[in-house]
Design a protein around this ligand. Structure first.
Ligand code: FEO
Length: 402
Protein backbone atom coordinates (compact mmCIF):
# COMPACT_ATOMS: atom_id res chain seq x y z
CA UNK A 1 0.00 0.00 0.00
CA UNK A 2 1.23 3.48 -0.84
CA UNK A 3 2.32 5.92 1.87
CA UNK A 4 2.97 9.37 0.41
CA UNK A 5 2.81 12.94 1.67
CA UNK A 6 2.33 16.22 -0.13
CA UNK A 7 5.13 18.72 0.44
CA UNK A 8 3.99 21.68 -1.66
CA UNK A 9 1.80 21.92 -4.77
CA UNK A 10 2.87 19.26 -7.31
CA UNK A 11 5.54 17.75 -5.04
CA UNK A 12 5.28 14.59 -2.92
CA UNK A 13 7.48 12.59 -0.55
CA UNK A 14 7.63 9.01 -1.83
CA UNK A 15 10.38 7.59 0.40
CA UNK A 16 10.37 5.00 3.18
CA UNK A 17 11.79 4.21 6.61
CA UNK A 18 14.20 1.48 7.63
CA UNK A 19 14.12 0.37 11.26
CA UNK A 20 15.70 -3.02 10.65
CA UNK A 21 19.17 -1.86 9.64
CA UNK A 22 21.40 -1.81 12.72
CA UNK A 23 24.52 -0.18 11.26
CA UNK A 24 24.36 2.67 8.73
CA UNK A 25 27.15 2.22 6.17
CA UNK A 26 27.80 -0.93 8.24
CA UNK A 27 29.59 1.29 10.78
CA UNK A 28 27.26 3.65 12.63
CA UNK A 29 24.53 2.35 14.97
CA UNK A 30 21.06 3.67 14.17
CA UNK A 31 18.90 2.49 17.07
CA UNK A 32 16.13 4.88 16.03
CA UNK A 33 16.21 3.91 12.35
CA UNK A 34 16.66 6.07 9.28
CA UNK A 35 14.54 7.35 6.41
CA UNK A 36 15.42 7.27 2.73
CA UNK A 37 13.72 10.24 1.14
CA UNK A 38 12.71 10.39 -2.49
CA UNK A 39 10.51 13.05 -4.07
CA UNK A 40 8.12 13.02 -7.01
CA UNK A 41 7.17 16.15 -8.98
CA UNK A 42 3.95 15.96 -10.98
CA UNK A 43 4.18 18.72 -13.57
CA UNK A 44 3.70 18.64 -17.33
CA UNK A 45 6.57 16.21 -17.03
CA UNK A 46 6.90 13.78 -14.13
CA UNK A 47 10.20 13.86 -12.25
CA UNK A 48 11.58 11.61 -9.53
CA UNK A 49 14.36 13.12 -7.40
CA UNK A 50 16.67 10.32 -6.23
CA UNK A 51 15.68 6.78 -5.29
CA UNK A 52 16.04 4.76 -2.08
CA UNK A 53 18.02 1.92 -0.57
CA UNK A 54 17.26 -1.48 -2.04
CA UNK A 55 15.76 -2.64 1.29
CA UNK A 56 12.77 -0.31 0.84
CA UNK A 57 12.58 -0.19 -2.97
CA UNK A 58 9.19 -1.89 -2.98
CA UNK A 59 7.65 0.98 -1.01
CA UNK A 60 9.13 3.52 -3.41
CA UNK A 61 7.64 1.65 -6.37
CA UNK A 62 4.20 1.47 -4.75
CA UNK A 63 4.28 5.18 -3.95
CA UNK A 64 5.33 6.18 -7.45
CA UNK A 65 2.78 3.92 -9.13
CA UNK A 66 0.01 5.38 -7.00
CA UNK A 67 0.89 9.00 -7.75
CA UNK A 68 1.67 8.52 -11.42
CA UNK A 69 -1.72 6.85 -11.79
CA UNK A 70 -0.85 5.47 -15.22
CA UNK A 71 1.37 8.34 -16.38
CA UNK A 72 4.92 7.70 -17.56
CA UNK A 73 7.89 8.71 -15.45
CA UNK A 74 9.70 11.22 -17.66
CA UNK A 75 12.79 12.11 -15.64
CA UNK A 76 14.89 10.69 -12.81
CA UNK A 77 17.22 13.27 -11.25
CA UNK A 78 20.10 11.70 -9.33
CA UNK A 79 21.60 14.19 -6.90
CA UNK A 80 23.68 11.58 -5.06
CA UNK A 81 24.93 8.20 -6.22
CA UNK A 82 25.67 6.49 -2.89
CA UNK A 83 23.76 3.19 -2.85
CA UNK A 84 21.55 4.12 0.11
CA UNK A 85 19.83 6.40 -2.43
CA UNK A 86 20.88 5.04 -5.78
CA UNK A 87 20.41 1.30 -5.32
CA UNK A 88 16.98 1.42 -6.96
CA UNK A 89 17.98 3.35 -10.10
CA UNK A 90 18.14 0.24 -12.25
CA UNK A 91 14.77 -0.96 -10.93
CA UNK A 92 13.18 2.38 -11.83
CA UNK A 93 14.63 2.29 -15.34
CA UNK A 94 13.41 -1.28 -15.83
CA UNK A 95 9.86 -0.27 -14.86
CA UNK A 96 9.95 3.05 -16.72
CA UNK A 97 12.22 2.42 -19.72
CA UNK A 98 11.27 5.75 -21.36
CA UNK A 99 12.69 7.72 -18.43
CA UNK A 100 15.60 10.10 -18.93
CA UNK A 101 18.17 10.00 -16.13
CA UNK A 102 19.65 13.41 -15.28
CA UNK A 103 22.88 13.62 -13.29
CA UNK A 104 26.50 14.74 -13.28
CA UNK A 105 29.31 13.26 -15.35
CA UNK A 106 30.90 11.74 -12.24
CA UNK A 107 27.61 10.21 -11.13
CA UNK A 108 27.16 8.47 -14.50
CA UNK A 109 30.71 7.20 -14.19
CA UNK A 110 29.91 5.80 -10.73
CA UNK A 111 26.70 4.20 -12.02
CA UNK A 112 28.86 2.41 -14.57
CA UNK A 113 31.36 1.41 -11.87
CA UNK A 114 28.58 -0.01 -9.70
CA UNK A 115 27.45 -2.08 -12.67
CA UNK A 116 24.08 -0.47 -13.38
CA UNK A 117 22.88 -1.51 -16.82
CA UNK A 118 21.78 1.80 -18.30
CA UNK A 119 23.10 1.41 -21.86
CA UNK A 120 19.63 1.65 -23.40
CA UNK A 121 18.38 4.39 -21.10
CA UNK A 122 18.38 8.07 -22.12
CA UNK A 123 20.85 10.07 -20.09
CA UNK A 124 21.30 13.80 -19.70
CA UNK A 125 24.50 15.09 -18.17
CA UNK A 126 24.25 18.37 -16.29
CA UNK A 127 26.78 20.69 -14.72
CA UNK A 128 26.87 23.73 -12.45
CA UNK A 129 24.22 26.29 -13.37
CA UNK A 130 22.38 24.24 -15.98
CA UNK A 131 18.62 24.67 -15.89
CA UNK A 132 15.71 22.48 -16.90
CA UNK A 133 12.02 23.23 -17.29
CA UNK A 134 9.51 20.46 -16.51
CA UNK A 135 6.37 22.53 -17.15
CA UNK A 136 5.68 25.34 -14.74
CA UNK A 137 8.56 24.19 -12.54
CA UNK A 138 12.09 25.11 -13.53
CA UNK A 139 15.16 23.85 -11.69
CA UNK A 140 18.82 24.77 -11.56
CA UNK A 141 21.51 22.19 -10.87
CA UNK A 142 24.25 23.14 -8.39
CA UNK A 143 27.33 20.98 -8.03
CA UNK A 144 28.12 19.96 -4.45
CA UNK A 145 31.30 17.87 -4.65
CA UNK A 146 32.23 15.98 -1.46
CA UNK A 147 28.90 16.70 0.19
CA UNK A 148 29.29 13.83 0.62
CA UNK A 149 30.73 12.04 -2.45
CA UNK A 150 32.53 13.71 -5.38
CA UNK A 151 29.63 13.36 -7.81
CA UNK A 152 27.01 15.03 -5.62
CA UNK A 153 24.83 17.92 -6.71
CA UNK A 154 21.78 19.67 -5.28
CA UNK A 155 18.81 20.83 -7.31
CA UNK A 156 16.89 24.03 -6.65
CA UNK A 157 13.33 24.46 -7.93
CA UNK A 158 13.45 28.18 -8.69
CA UNK A 159 9.66 28.28 -9.06
CA UNK A 160 8.96 27.60 -5.38
CA UNK A 161 12.36 27.63 -3.62
CA UNK A 162 12.47 23.89 -2.87
CA UNK A 163 16.04 22.67 -2.56
CA UNK A 164 16.67 18.96 -3.11
CA UNK A 165 19.72 19.01 -0.89
CA UNK A 166 21.04 15.43 -1.16
CA UNK A 167 22.93 14.46 2.03
CA UNK A 168 23.05 18.07 3.26
CA UNK A 169 20.60 18.88 6.07
CA UNK A 170 19.84 15.19 6.61
CA UNK A 171 19.64 13.16 9.80
CA UNK A 172 19.44 9.66 11.22
CA UNK A 173 16.07 8.59 12.76
CA UNK A 174 13.02 7.21 10.98
CA UNK A 175 10.24 9.68 10.28
CA UNK A 176 7.46 7.84 12.13
CA UNK A 177 4.78 9.65 10.14
CA UNK A 178 6.19 13.08 10.92
CA UNK A 179 7.65 14.41 7.69
CA UNK A 180 8.19 18.11 8.45
CA UNK A 181 10.54 19.75 10.91
CA UNK A 182 7.57 21.56 12.47
CA UNK A 183 5.93 18.22 13.24
CA UNK A 184 8.79 17.19 15.55
CA UNK A 185 10.64 18.84 18.41
CA UNK A 186 13.91 18.93 16.51
CA UNK A 187 15.98 20.72 19.12
CA UNK A 188 14.87 18.27 21.81
CA UNK A 189 14.52 14.95 19.95
CA UNK A 190 16.56 15.15 16.75
CA UNK A 191 19.55 17.46 16.96
CA UNK A 192 21.90 14.92 18.58
CA UNK A 193 21.24 12.39 15.84
CA UNK A 194 21.42 15.06 13.13
CA UNK A 195 24.80 16.11 14.48
CA UNK A 196 25.97 12.49 14.71
CA UNK A 197 24.89 11.98 11.10
CA UNK A 198 26.60 15.13 9.82
CA UNK A 199 29.84 14.84 11.79
CA UNK A 200 30.47 11.19 11.02
CA UNK A 201 29.27 11.18 7.42
CA UNK A 202 30.20 14.61 6.08
CA UNK A 203 32.34 16.05 8.92
CA UNK A 204 35.61 15.61 7.06
CA UNK A 205 34.45 17.88 4.24
CA UNK A 206 33.78 21.11 6.13
CA UNK A 207 35.38 23.36 3.47
CA UNK A 208 33.17 21.79 0.78
CA UNK A 209 30.07 22.34 2.92
CA UNK A 210 31.15 25.97 3.44
CA UNK A 211 31.48 26.33 -0.32
CA UNK A 212 27.96 25.00 -0.86
CA UNK A 213 26.52 27.21 1.90
CA UNK A 214 28.06 30.26 0.25
CA UNK A 215 26.64 29.29 -3.16
CA UNK A 216 23.19 28.79 -1.61
CA UNK A 217 23.33 31.97 0.50
CA UNK A 218 21.71 34.25 -2.06
CA UNK A 219 19.13 31.77 -3.32
CA UNK A 220 15.46 32.17 -2.40
CA UNK A 221 15.21 28.82 -0.61
CA UNK A 222 11.93 28.01 1.19
CA UNK A 223 12.30 24.29 1.79
CA UNK A 224 15.06 21.75 2.31
CA UNK A 225 14.28 18.31 0.96
CA UNK A 226 17.18 16.16 2.19
CA UNK A 227 17.71 12.49 1.49
CA UNK A 228 17.35 11.52 5.18
CA UNK A 229 15.26 12.95 7.99
CA UNK A 230 12.63 15.70 8.08
CA UNK A 231 11.77 18.11 5.29
CA UNK A 232 12.46 21.67 6.49
CA UNK A 233 9.81 24.27 5.72
CA UNK A 234 10.26 26.61 8.71
CA UNK A 235 13.20 27.95 10.69
CA UNK A 236 15.81 27.10 8.05
CA UNK A 237 18.20 29.47 9.82
CA UNK A 238 18.37 27.11 12.81
CA UNK A 239 19.84 24.31 10.71
CA UNK A 240 21.95 26.65 8.58
CA UNK A 241 23.57 27.98 11.76
CA UNK A 242 24.39 24.44 12.92
CA UNK A 243 25.84 23.55 9.51
CA UNK A 244 27.89 26.73 9.47
CA UNK A 245 29.39 25.95 12.90
CA UNK A 246 30.00 22.26 12.19
CA UNK A 247 31.62 22.91 8.84
CA UNK A 248 33.90 25.61 10.30
CA UNK A 249 34.75 23.25 13.18
CA UNK A 250 33.52 25.80 15.69
CA UNK A 251 31.99 24.37 18.88
CA UNK A 252 28.33 24.96 19.63
CA UNK A 253 28.91 25.22 23.38
CA UNK A 254 31.56 25.74 26.01
CA UNK A 255 31.78 22.38 27.68
CA UNK A 256 33.98 19.35 28.17
CA UNK A 257 33.89 15.87 26.70
CA UNK A 258 35.72 13.73 29.25
CA UNK A 259 36.52 10.52 27.40
CA UNK A 260 38.26 7.84 29.40
CA UNK A 261 39.39 4.28 28.90
CA UNK A 262 40.19 2.17 31.93
CA UNK A 263 41.42 -1.42 32.26
CA UNK A 264 40.77 -1.97 35.98
CA UNK A 265 38.89 1.13 37.06
CA UNK A 266 41.80 3.27 38.26
CA UNK A 267 41.87 5.64 35.27
CA UNK A 268 38.08 5.83 35.51
CA UNK A 269 38.30 6.75 39.20
CA UNK A 270 40.83 9.46 38.37
CA UNK A 271 38.55 10.79 35.64
CA UNK A 272 35.70 10.87 38.17
CA UNK A 273 37.81 12.81 40.65
CA UNK A 274 38.86 15.27 37.94
CA UNK A 275 35.20 15.77 36.91
CA UNK A 276 34.23 16.38 40.52
CA UNK A 277 36.94 19.00 40.91
CA UNK A 278 35.80 20.73 37.70
CA UNK A 279 32.20 20.88 38.86
CA UNK A 280 33.27 22.32 42.19
CA UNK A 281 35.09 25.08 40.29
CA UNK A 282 31.94 25.89 38.35
CA UNK A 283 32.39 23.88 35.14
CA UNK A 284 29.28 21.74 35.05
CA UNK A 285 28.81 21.22 31.31
CA UNK A 286 30.68 17.90 31.21
CA UNK A 287 29.84 14.80 29.17
CA UNK A 288 31.70 11.73 30.41
CA UNK A 289 32.14 8.63 28.25
CA UNK A 290 33.82 5.26 28.59
CA UNK A 291 35.49 4.96 25.20
CA UNK A 292 35.54 1.15 25.48
CA UNK A 293 31.76 0.92 25.64
CA UNK A 294 30.64 3.91 23.58
CA UNK A 295 30.46 3.72 19.80
CA UNK A 296 32.95 6.19 18.41
CA UNK A 297 30.27 7.94 16.32
CA UNK A 298 28.69 9.28 19.53
CA UNK A 299 32.08 10.52 20.76
CA UNK A 300 32.72 12.26 17.44
CA UNK A 301 29.34 13.96 17.59
CA UNK A 302 30.03 15.43 21.01
CA UNK A 303 33.58 16.57 20.30
CA UNK A 304 32.12 18.59 17.42
CA UNK A 305 29.56 20.04 19.86
CA UNK A 306 31.80 21.00 22.79
CA UNK A 307 34.81 23.29 23.08
CA UNK A 308 37.05 21.18 25.33
CA UNK A 309 38.24 17.61 25.41
CA UNK A 310 39.90 15.61 28.18
CA UNK A 311 41.38 12.27 27.21
CA UNK A 312 42.25 9.80 29.97
CA UNK A 313 43.72 6.40 29.24
CA UNK A 314 46.32 3.79 30.12
CA UNK A 315 49.46 2.93 28.25
CA UNK A 316 49.09 -0.37 26.36
CA UNK A 317 51.90 -2.21 24.59
CA UNK A 318 53.97 0.96 25.06
CA UNK A 319 51.36 2.88 23.09
CA UNK A 320 47.99 4.54 23.42
CA UNK A 321 45.19 2.28 24.67
CA UNK A 322 43.73 0.92 21.39
CA UNK A 323 40.14 2.16 21.68
CA UNK A 324 41.42 5.63 22.56
CA UNK A 325 43.84 5.52 19.65
CA UNK A 326 40.96 4.61 17.34
CA UNK A 327 38.93 7.56 18.66
CA UNK A 328 41.85 9.95 18.10
CA UNK A 329 42.40 8.63 14.57
CA UNK A 330 38.70 9.17 13.85
CA UNK A 331 38.94 12.79 15.05
CA UNK A 332 41.90 13.25 12.74
CA UNK A 333 40.13 11.60 9.80
CA UNK A 334 37.08 13.80 10.31
CA UNK A 335 39.24 16.93 10.40
CA UNK A 336 38.27 18.03 13.92
CA UNK A 337 40.14 21.19 14.85
CA UNK A 338 40.14 24.25 17.13
CA UNK A 339 39.68 22.46 20.46
CA UNK A 340 41.40 22.75 23.83
CA UNK A 341 42.71 19.36 24.91
CA UNK A 342 43.79 18.04 28.32
CA UNK A 343 45.45 14.70 29.00
CA UNK A 344 45.38 12.25 31.89
CA UNK A 345 47.69 9.30 31.30
CA UNK A 346 48.29 6.12 33.20
CA UNK A 347 51.12 3.59 33.10
CA UNK A 348 52.27 1.19 35.80
CA UNK A 349 55.67 1.17 34.11
CA UNK A 350 56.98 3.06 31.06
CA UNK A 351 54.02 5.45 30.86
CA UNK A 352 53.77 6.63 27.24
CA UNK A 353 50.13 7.27 26.37
CA UNK A 354 50.06 10.97 27.29
CA UNK A 355 53.14 12.02 25.36
CA UNK A 356 51.97 10.04 22.32
CA UNK A 357 48.50 11.62 22.46
CA UNK A 358 50.06 15.08 22.79
CA UNK A 359 52.31 14.47 19.80
CA UNK A 360 49.39 13.42 17.59
CA UNK A 361 47.28 16.42 18.56
CA UNK A 362 50.15 18.86 18.07
CA UNK A 363 51.46 17.47 14.80
CA UNK A 364 48.58 15.70 13.03
CA UNK A 365 45.43 17.65 13.95
CA UNK A 366 44.85 21.32 13.19
CA UNK A 367 44.68 24.24 15.62
CA UNK A 368 44.60 22.12 18.76
CA UNK A 369 45.59 23.73 22.05
CA UNK A 370 47.04 20.99 24.26
CA UNK A 371 47.34 22.16 27.86
CA UNK A 372 50.72 21.67 29.53
CA UNK A 373 49.12 20.66 32.83
CA UNK A 374 49.10 16.90 32.34
CA UNK A 375 48.15 14.30 34.98
CA UNK A 376 50.36 11.20 35.07
CA UNK A 377 49.14 8.23 37.10
CA UNK A 378 51.38 5.32 37.96
CA UNK A 379 48.64 2.70 38.37
CA UNK A 380 46.31 4.66 40.67
CA UNK A 381 45.79 8.24 41.84
CA UNK A 382 48.30 9.42 44.44
CA UNK A 383 48.77 12.72 46.28
CA UNK A 384 51.00 14.11 43.53
CA UNK A 385 48.22 13.43 41.04
CA UNK A 386 45.78 15.39 43.19
CA UNK A 387 48.06 18.42 42.90
CA UNK A 388 48.39 17.83 39.13
CA UNK A 389 44.62 17.66 38.83
CA UNK A 390 44.19 20.92 40.74
CA UNK A 391 46.64 22.61 38.36
CA UNK A 392 44.82 21.13 35.36
CA UNK A 393 41.45 22.28 36.68
CA UNK A 394 42.82 25.81 37.16
CA UNK A 395 44.11 25.78 33.55
CA UNK A 396 40.73 24.59 32.24
CA UNK A 397 38.90 27.24 34.25
CA UNK A 398 41.21 29.88 32.74
CA UNK A 399 40.68 28.61 29.20
CA UNK A 400 36.89 28.69 29.70
CA UNK A 401 37.19 32.45 30.26
CA UNK A 402 38.56 33.03 26.73
FE1 FEO B 1 22.80 9.04 2.43
FE2 FEO B 1 26.03 9.90 1.12
O1 FEO B 1 24.37 9.00 1.32
Amino acid sequence: MHNVRKIVDDLYWVGANDRRLTLFENIHPIPRGVSYNSYLLLDKKTVLFDTVDWSVARHLIENIEYLLDGRELDYLVINHMEPDHAASIEEITLRYPKVTVISTEKAFYLMHQFGFKLENIKKEEVKEGDTKKFGKHEVVFIEAPMVHWPEAMVTLDTTNGVLFSADAFGSFISLDGKLFNDEVNFDRDWIDEARRYYTNIVGKYGPHVQHLLKKAAGAPITTFCPLHGPVWRTDLGYLLDKYDKWSRYEPEEKGIVLAYASMYGNTEAAADLLASKLVQKGITNIKMYDVSSTHVSYLISDVFKYSHLILACPTYNLGIYPVMHNFIMDMKALNLQKRTVAILENGSWACKSGSLIQEIFETELKDMNVLNEKVTLTSATNSVNVDEMDALVDALVESFKK
